[in-house]
Write a protein that binds this ligand. Sequence first.
Ligand SMILES: NC(=O)CC[C@H](N)C(=O)O
Length: 384
Amino acid sequence: MSAHAPAAKPTACLVLADGTVFYGRGFGAEGRTVAELCFNTAMTGYQEVMTDPSYADQIVTFTFPHIGNTGVTPEDEEAAEPHAKGIVVKWDPTEPSNWRSTGTLPAWMASTGRIGIGGIDTRRLTRTIRQQGMPHVALEYRADGNFDLEALRTAARDFTGLTGADLAKDVTTAQTYRWQDGRWEWGTGFPAAQEDGPKVVAIDYGAKRNILRSLVSAGCNVTVLPANSTYDDIMAHQPDGVFLSNGPGDPEATGEYAVPMIRDLMEKSEMPIFGICLGHQMLALALGASTVKMNHGHHGVNHPVKEIGTGKVEITSMNHGFAVDGATFPANVEETHVSLFDGTNCGLKVKDRPIFSVQQHPEASPGPQDSFYLFERFAQSMQA
Ligand SMILES: NC(=O)CC[C@H](N)C(=O)O
């Protein structure tokens, strides 16, 4: 039997809350999980996607069919473990062909408790997500193929979803630490961080490693603090600037801790502040703007974003299911970037202050590096 032939009996199934069932072949860990289902259009970088902490409580459908063909390597992990609860793919992963690979995707998923389903019509599923919004789903892999569809549908329906979900506190670091390396370079790997350079306190709401590496590569000396850090916790490190990371869940759900801390920071200090994705959304909330849940979000590596001031278009990496409502900015805030896919807000700047943030991912990982200039802009604002 060829690897792509349909299995005699399905070993995995994906059940949407509306009762739609997709059968396929299970890989990775056996078990059941519930989550919000999104789709990601990246052609590469599945390991970075799966380990991005912003994917907590989500399952990712990859629209690119050949997932798994470059294996896995610890160098491509954006966190110590995968955060996406599972993946949905077109074909079964093949044997890896890549000199950097140290193992297979299914074995890595099995060892980290993540569930995969292969053999799915991901075009149909993606069309469903685009038309109906990101559904709540149950995904199960069991080798005996005996599924209790009613129980799976109930589990999908009972999932409370991401609106109102405060997940940053689940994925943040427990301890404060100094970040040690810069961006991976061909032939040399990860360069060691320098001691000099502006001191950045990076608040970890689910930070991707390549963001911390990008700050280092832009010349910063980075100390990482937990999500519930207060203004005083931050100032104890005498930083030159504060970075607000990406992260999972609903930005509004951080209104008890992150948003008031950011407000404090803006009121009591003159320091530069830079935020990415969840950091952008929370900064917008602290400034008095609002955020909204999107229909199917932006998850991919080819999203065109225009920098309004220059008219320049950058091709960006994106992963978000909420967006800042650019129409709600107060008078002291300027919209700096906009999505050319749907016109949604992608950036803000506080007028006359070195405080800015973007919705896209300038660290890429995976994706293009057009937006890396933002790390340099932040480093320069601290040197000014
Ligand atoms: N990558 C992120 O930081 C995502 C932010 C937020 N959780 C969203 O889905 O929009």
